[in-house]
Design a protein around this ligand. Structure first.
Ligand code: BEZ
Length: 259
């Protein structure tokens, strides 16, 4: 039996096991199906824990995260061009994720042997080794927990979902992109910068903000407290709208001397 045939059989079996009322023909048709047992996650929810196989061995999410942040992201399928570029990009950004204490984990509903075969193509075409785990979610356990299959977009494949999960295991960002649009992982890093900053300081980050830009003082902070909390000063554009330099960095030219 060819591995492609085995793969198609496995895909159909796991689709049925996952509780779909209508099994797909070739697994790629964009039919409308009604998946049972899907969960809907919202910001602030506890990230569902799971144990699943990956290219780095079985992963128990909470244990694997430890005290780190996590980015869990799905892609539609192995051996597809956009996904190949996405995984290459995430691998290239590993140092950026490490700097922010973030562990990254990818997912598709392909089995492990497909991930392992595809990893060679990623290294060859993207010039970087896969340096983070890819979940082999052939039984759709994680895809269902995180509502990553949107049947009206595609019957069986995961959409491009991203979940940012904080060290308390709370879901802090959810975004969903269509299969035809590769994601901008600089945006994922930007949101992590914003979340980590605003968890520690009474500020929010304005449109198109990037690390180092001025930030907004929370409107709930009264003047007396703002004067104390923001010694670098602030500009009041409106009583509810005050801008201040990013609190945890010194303005250029005023950095403290290095030890
Ligand atoms: C891709 O990753 O290239 C892709 C996947 C599914 C549909 C279209 C493109």
């Amino acid at each position: 039996m060819s591995s492609e045939h085995e793969y198609a059989t496995e895909k159909r079996r796991s689709f049925e096991a996952a509780g779909a009322r209508v099994a797909p023909g070739d697994g790629r048709a964009g039919r409308q199906v009604d998946l049972l047992q899907t969960a809907s996650l919202r910001l602030g929810d506890k990230a569902p824990d799971f144990t699943q196989d990956s290219t780095q061995g079985p992963i128990h999410l909470y244990e694997w995260m430890g005290d780190s942040w996590a980015v869990l992201f799905s892609h539609p399928a192995d051996f597809t061009p956009v996904c190949t570029t996405e995984l290459g990009m995430v691998a290239r950004l590993k140092q950026e994720f490490d700097k922010r204490n973030v562990k990254v984990i990818g997912l598709s509903v392909d089995p492990l042997f497909r991930h392992d075969m595809w990893a060679g193509d990623i290294a060859e075409t993207q010039g970087v080794e896969l340096n983070f785990p890819l979940l082999a979610d052939a039984d759709r356990k994680v895809a269902q927990l995180y509502d990553m299959i949107h049947p009206n977009a595609h019957a069986t494949e995961t959409v491009r979902s991203v979940f940012i999960i904080d060290p308390k295991k709370t879901v802090r960002l959810i975004h969903t992109y269509p299969a035809s649009t590769g994601r901008n992982f600089d945006e994922v890093l930007r949101v992590i910068d914003s979340l980590q900053l605003t968890d520690d300081h009474k500020v929010a980050t304005p449109a198109n903000w990037k690390a180092g830009d001025d930030v907004v003082i929370l409107p709930s902070i009264r003047k007396q407290e703002a004067d104390k909390l923001f010694p670098k000063g602030y500009r009041e554009l409106k009583p509810y709208f005050r801008m201040t330099p990013q609190p945890n960095i010194e303005p250029a030219g005023q950095e403290p001397p290095r030890e």
